[in-house]
Design a protein around this ligand. Sequence first.
Ligand SMILES: *[C@@H]1O[C@H](CO)[C@@H](O)[C@H](O)[C@H]1NC(C)=O
Ligand SMILES: *[C@@H]1O[C@H](CO)[C@@H](O)[C@H](O)[C@H]1NC(C)=O
Length: 274
Amino acid sequence: SWSVGSLLLMMILVRARATVKVTGVVGRAVSLGVDVPPGFQVRDAIWRYLAPTEELVATYFRGSAETLYQSRFYGRSRLHSNLTLEIGPVELGDSGTFSALLVNTRGQTETRVLHLAVYEVVSRLTLQVFTSESSRSGSARVCEVFLTCVAAGGTNVSYSWGRTDGEMLSMDKHSLFEAGLVLWAKLDPLDRQVSYTCTAANAVSRESATIAPWEHCQREAGMSYAVYDYRNILLIAVPLSVLVLAVAVFGLLLSWKCSGRKPLCELNTPAGGT
Ligand SMILES: *[C@@H]1O[C@H](CO)[C@@H](O)[C@H](O)[C@H]1NC(C)=O
Ligand SMILES: *[C@@H]1O[C@H](CO)[C@@H](O)[C@H](O)[C@H]1NC(C)=O
């Protein structure tokens, strides 16, 4: 089994090396290049888009390039004499797998597989602070805040938080919710100067924004910050949690039904119509 395992691993490594990953940005051009082995004199080349649907994109036969095929890249593709396929501007839907078949003057072939992943850049980051009413009243010694960070633009965005004083976010005073979109922090007067930075990033871009939450604590009621009420975040978080819970319960019920355990199945079905 050791040899089977290592063989599988080798196959995975070979596959991983064979597929070139190319990253594209929405609205810009992307170049898909091929490395031609030394001594391999290319006579013909065929560029295809394999997945999600197979389409012919470009060909190169005896010195002339052709890209006018009915593919999703019609009018957006150029094949250079070095066999680099240029597509632009790219869209999110262009993400997929390409293959280039190279044929040399002796009729031998080489195949190159490339995976294109297109992303939209992260933009328009909004940071907000939500405090509880007791935190704003001035009587509390600690202030609990929810910080939310939302990028209006960008795909496959992941969020992370840091303190500008470089300290780690201790788990007893911080929690993350909604995959990092929401940070809960418990501040005491020693944290008066502390600022938090939210970083929203994807494979092609990164945006940061910084906020000092303490100034939103211990304000007199009736100020404009009353808008950022603790309860406002509950308006988002509660329905979301209810939805997640409902999906989870539904999934559980479904798996009980499917597990074939009769008593549980009967529990779920009404005893009879009325
Ligand atoms: C291929 O040619 C294009 C256009 O001349 C150039 O932009 C690109 O860098 C070239 N690619 C390689 C791999 O040489
Ligand atoms: C980006 O997000 C889309 C949609 O959620 C998903 O299909 C795709 O696999 C993600 N890409 C990466 C590289 O994570």
